[in-house]
Design a protein around this ligand. Sequence first.
Ligand SMILES: [Zn+2]
Length: 359
Amino acid sequence: MIEFVFTLDYEIYGNGSGLLNDLVYGPARRLTELFRNRSVRFVAFVEVAELEKIETYGTDPTIDLVRRQIEEFHRDGFEVGLHLHPQWCNARYDRGAWILDYREYNLCTLPRNRISQIVDGSLACIRQLVNCSGFTPLSFRAGNWLFQPTETAASVLAEKGIRVDSSVFKGGTLRSHHLDYRAALRNSYYWPFGEDVNVPDPAGRWVEVPIYTEMVPFWKMATSKRLGIKNSAGANGQAIAQKWSRIRDRLRFHCPLKLDFCRMTLNELTSMMATIIREDRKDPETFRPIVSIGHTKDLTDFDTVDSLLSFLKQNKIAISTFQNIYPKLAGPTLGSADVEPLGQPTHAVADRDTPGFTA
Ligand SMILES: [Zn+2]
């Protein structure tokens, strides 16, 4: 059985450039409409560190609409997951530009007490954003997919109640950050883990549901939609250097192509799904949660998303969130009492008078 999970990374450019209205609020509003019209929901991975700084420094007037949008997501059954780019945590705004702290780029390489501090701050912030003091996100996606080395960050996040990760893209590498998800190619559609996100561990408190990838010949990666040529306005020297580093990561015969509903063409999306559907017909008993990724900043082609939604409907593939599929993911061991209530919308304890998150 296949269940399809749309995940949307809700953020501006990683270097701090771009406006919330153009890169976050506006595209998310259109996507939300599209999903509401079909009575389906997506997972919004909200990058809270940047929103907190934008609010503190008062750099973008759309922040109020963004806050309202996130609260609405939560109220209306869209899942709010935690996404973190820790380079924002020490950010300051100086003469019209953000100065980010790239020493803290990878949460996983920071000391345990710093990770705790960042996670606590992010959870406080996300609770204020959804206007619900008892809220704990069920799901997490690391900034730039960096969930290695896993052990310390995973243990801190699990202590706070987060249970599902969707940072892995099987077969992926990022040399500049020593990231290597090639070992995960051996794993199934999802797996429990503890100390190492690549290694299934039935005793672990987490479940990994990776961003779906297919290994393709490297030349297939270079389409204009995927290279983001249309959206290169926010690029500067550093972004170009990062792009080059990624191109080097792809100089292998086969590379992982992420199931990206913003960067793939409709034909690519439906062909990838057709392969999964064929596998499923042969073995319908296996549960296949298929995670697709998109970014608000890449979201311009709504026709493709709408056509993909039609395709999924025609093929009777349910569209779900992690909250909805968690009982199936967790199974008899992870689904035990200590995690049962987490991730459910906790309206009962909502504190509607919670002030702004910088108050
Ligand atoms: Zn991100």
